[in-house]
Design a protein around this ligand. Structure first.
Ligand SMILES: [Zn+2]
Ligand SMILES: [Zn+2]
Length: 224
């Protein structure tokens, strides 16, 4: 689904757990695409086709999946990163991840081409896309969130959901650190909060007020 000019959102529609994916079309050199969190190849319990459905949805939007040249992973849990390996092998796409999440990714058989760290990333031949990468640990040690200042978009991965936050009981998780990460992100000017899962809500929160209300809800009810 086209969300903004060149930003497409793919909200997971299946019954099993899988992530939402986001695609910046034509953002790279030679009109290649940037894909954030491709998700599972096949979901673990109901064996739903995660990657096939994602690619079909991308094709239905008139985009060529062979043109995916870069995959950014918010973190290295399989429900976000599993499909990255195949896209790398098929397309020669680069895979980018924070170094602190690399050990887990390597255990899953993944290979990292680019390391992301806090700071600005400029993509495309004509500086088409400027993104601010935030290191946002707490759910995983190397979790990153992606802010697109031009359109005030924040891609949150498993840090923030609609009226919820990511788990902190998995390896490398920390409630205190997650709270700090979320408080920091709440200071950004955000019009679109794009979450990593559709938990009882598509996970796309639109409008400054709705985004601030979501932060307030989390602050009052979760980050105690
Ligand atoms: Zn996760
Ligand atoms: Zn997840």
């Amino acid at each position: 689904m086209k969300l903004l000019d060149n930003l497409y959102a793919y909200v997971w529609q299946g019954n099993d757990n899988n992530c939402n994916s986001y695609l910046f079309a034509n953002a790279l050199k030679d009109s290649k695409h940037l894909l954030v969190d491709p998700g599972h190849v096949t979901t673990p319990f109901y064996h739903e086709p995660g990657l096939d459905r994602l690619f079909q949805d991308i094709k239905n939007d008139g985009l060529n999946t062979r043109q995916i040249g870069l995959v950014i992973l918010t973190h290295s849990h399989p429900d976000h990163c599993e499909a990255a390996k195949g896209i790398r092998e098929q397309n020669g796409a680069f895979v980018a991840l924070h170094k602190a999440d690399e050990p887990v990714y390597k255990n899953l058989g993944g290979r990292v081409d680019l390391y992301l760290q806090e700071g600005e990333v400029v993509l495309g031949q004509q500086d088409t896309l400027r993104l601010d990468i935030f290191h946002s640990p707490g759910h995983s040690p190397g979790h990153i969130t992606i802010y697109w200042p031009d359109e005030k978009v924040l891609i949150t991965g498993d840090v923030i959901f609609y009226r919820s936050t990511g788990r902190v009981d998995l390896p490398g998780g920390s409630a205190k650190t997650l709270k700090q990460s979320i408080e920091r992100l709440s200071e950004l000017d955000i019009e679109y909060l794009l979450c990593g899962h559709p938990y009882g809500h598509p996970g796309i929160i639109k409008g400054k007020n709705a985004v601030q209300e979501n932060f307030e809800f989390i602050r009052r009810n979760i980050l105690l």
